[in-house]
Design a protein around this ligand. Structure first.
Ligand code: COA
Length: 135
């Protein structure tokens, strides 16, 4: 069974294995935990049988007007079961007091977010690939 939580109580780097699939230089599990701790809001999906985190979403923000969702990921073996939609729905609900909730995604994922009430827009990014692992 999958349970959803906003809490990092009891979450260790060992429970955060397998994320950042396809990243050439991914953050470590310890860095991942640091990212989650520093977030404005998070939601985690936990497999209650293994007690491991199998999906997560984070938002950074000012708590006044705007938030940005940098990361949403579900472990490959858990994808296609509605976990990503549930995490995103819960996050959008947690941020509903704000004016702007933004994220960057590839064009092929846009339909996923449109179904959750978001709209496509144009954005700009800067990437410092030397810092991808955050080490
Ligand atoms: C995107 C992601 C979080 C979706 O999680 P998930 O748990 O598989 O999503 P759901 O099971 O709720 O899927 C909902 C729908 O979105 C579709 N979808 C999921 N990922 C998609 C993708 N990468 N491209 C296009 N459609 C996608 C699914 O086909 C599904 O449609 P269906 O219900 O008609 O079959 C997951 O595929 C993932 O972690 N991908 C890698 C990281 C990533 O791309 N994150 C998004 C960054 S913006």
């Amino acid at each position: 069974m999958i349970s959803y939580t906003e809490s990092l109580d009891g979450i260790t780097p060992e429970k955060l294995r397998g994320f950042f699939v396809g990243w050439p230089n991914p953050p470590s599990s310890a860095k991942h935990l640091e990212i989650l701790r520093a977030a404005y809001k998070i939601w985690l999906a936990v497999d209650t049988e293994t007690d491991n985190v199998v999906g997560f979403i984070n938002a950074i923000g000012d708590g006044v007007l705007s938030a940005f969702i940098p990361l949403l990921e579900v472990l490959p073996e858990y994808q296609g079961e509605g976990i990503g939609s549930e995490l995103a729905r819960r996050m959008l609900d947690s941020l509903r007091h704000l004016y702007a909730v933004d994220l960057i995604c590839d064009a092929n994922v846009q339909p996923f977010y449109v179904r959750l009430g978001m709209q496509p827009y144009t954005g700009m990014v800067f990437r410092n690939y030397d810092r991808q692992s955050a080490e």
